[in-house]
Design a protein around this ligand. Structure first.
Ligand SMILES: CC(C)(COP(=O)(O)OP(=O)(O)OC[C@H]1O[C@@H](n2cnc3c(N)ncnc32)[C@H](O)[C@@H]1OP(=O)(O)O)[C@@H](O)C(=O)NCCC(=O)NCCS
Length: 343
């Protein structure tokens, strides 16, 4: 017989507030075209992207996270001192240790909240949300801040025509807290490490450090290139279109929701053609609002879902209490999908 008292949490969890930060610099396709042989028309028609935001020197991973989190806290009406844990999903924080979450927790004025980073690529928001829900229901935190933040411009090879136009920078945050009714459905998540090579860093940090130029990619002037994200576009595209629609359907089934019951669809913003294809495969009815934030935000990886969520609510295209399907997928390969009630 165990002597340990059971932990006491809330019956359910919900998203209480959302906030986003988009860097001030807006970068149109024309700027991308300075370094690659492409066209505005090709980029728009093949990806849907018209502009993206690139962070300036002051718009660090921490600074953008603090801005987005401040808005999410205000939206939720929760003081930072009540946050029990800060979960940050990012692949573009350049210090191996400590986690950036601790600095963010401190700058926000939390009361020594638990704080840690996770690395789950473009599924990071769903992974963080799932952890937050677990903590709240289990009782180790009453309120949890989940942040998705990226400065992917730091990891983009502007001479690589397969990726130069895709990525953007920004931060999105949600406050997750207790609920008397289910407001975050079961998560359908997983990984397919056999496909790890399809999205990866061009050169690992240790190989970059050794600096053997015979092994390292060089730029057009013969200088060693800084590591960047590279991908097999077509393979990832096919995987996203065929496999992720199934995962999205499983999340609907797990939540006991039919496409007719949905108000909003917020998929990871990777490519507008992937989004359109999922809408078709899932047979989402006309009344479902679909996030196409990619047009002016690009792919911001872990930040893309909360940024899109914030914008839909800010523009009035979605409203508080709406039922939304969210699905993230990317490097790993990893994925996470769930149905949530919007804050
Ligand atoms: C990157 C992506 C937009 C490219 O679109 P695509 O239709 O697959 O393009 P392809 O790579 O098949 O290339 C098609 C043609 O366009 C050309 N092309 C590639 N990049 C180009 C560019 N930037 N501008 C102009 N032409 C380009 C190719 O050379 C090819 O020409 P060819 O038919 O003469 O050989 C698309 O593959 C994609 O979005 N992939 C998934 C991205 C994703 O979800 N990533 C997840 C990360 S989280």
């Amino acid at each position: 017989m165990s002597k340990i008292k059971p932990s006491k949490g809330a019956p359910y969890a919900r998203i209480l507030g959302v906030g986003g930060y988009r860097p001030t610099r807006v970068v149109p396709n024309e700027v991308i075209l300075e370094k690659i042989d492409s066209s505005d028309e090709w980029i728009r028609s093949r990806s849907g992207i018209e502009t993206r935001h690139w962070a300036g020197p002051e718009e660090t991973v921490a600074a953008m996270s603090v801005e987005a989190s401040g808005k999410a806290l205000a939206d939720a009406g929760i003081d930072a001192s009540r946050i029990g844990a800060v979960v940050v999903s990012t692949v573009s924080h350049f210090s191996q240790t400590p986690a950036i979450a601790t600095e963010i927790a401190d700058r926000l004025g939390t009361d020594r909240a638990a704080a840690f980073d996770i690395s789950a690529g473009c599924a990071g928001f769903g992974y963080g949300l799932t952890l937050a829900k677990g903590m709240i229901v289990e009782g180790s935190a009453e309120y949890v801040l989940v942040i998705g933040v990226e400065r992917l411009s730091d990891l983009t090879d502007l001479e690589d025509r397969a990726t130069a136009f895709l990525f953007g920078d920004g931060a999105g945050a949600v406050v997750v807290g207790p609920s008397q009714e289910p407001a975050i459905g079961p998560t359908v998540w997983g990984s397919e490490g056999d496909k790890a090579e399809t999205i990866k860093q061009t050169v690992s940090w240790d190989r970059f450090r050794i600096g053997d130029v015979s092994e390292l990619p060089l730029d057009s002037e013969g200088n060693v290139k800084f590591p960047a994200i590279t991908q097999e576009g077509q393979a990832v595209f096919r995987w996203a279109v065929f496999e992720m629609a199934k995962v999205a359907q499983q999340a609907l089934d797990a939540a006991g929701i039919s496409p007719d019951d949905l108000d909003v669809f917020i998929p990871h913003q990777a490519n507008v053609r992937i989004i359109d294809s999922m809408v078709k495969t899932l047979k989402l009815p006309e009344h479902v609002t679909v996030a196409r934030d990619i047009r002016t935000t690009g792919n911001t990886s872990a930040a893309s879902i909360p940024l899109a969520m914030e914008r839909l609510l800010a523009t009035g295209d979605a409203k508080s209490g709406d039922t939304a399907l969210v699905i993230g997928f990317g490097a790993g390969l990893v994925y996470a999908a769930t149905v949530v009630t919007l804050p």
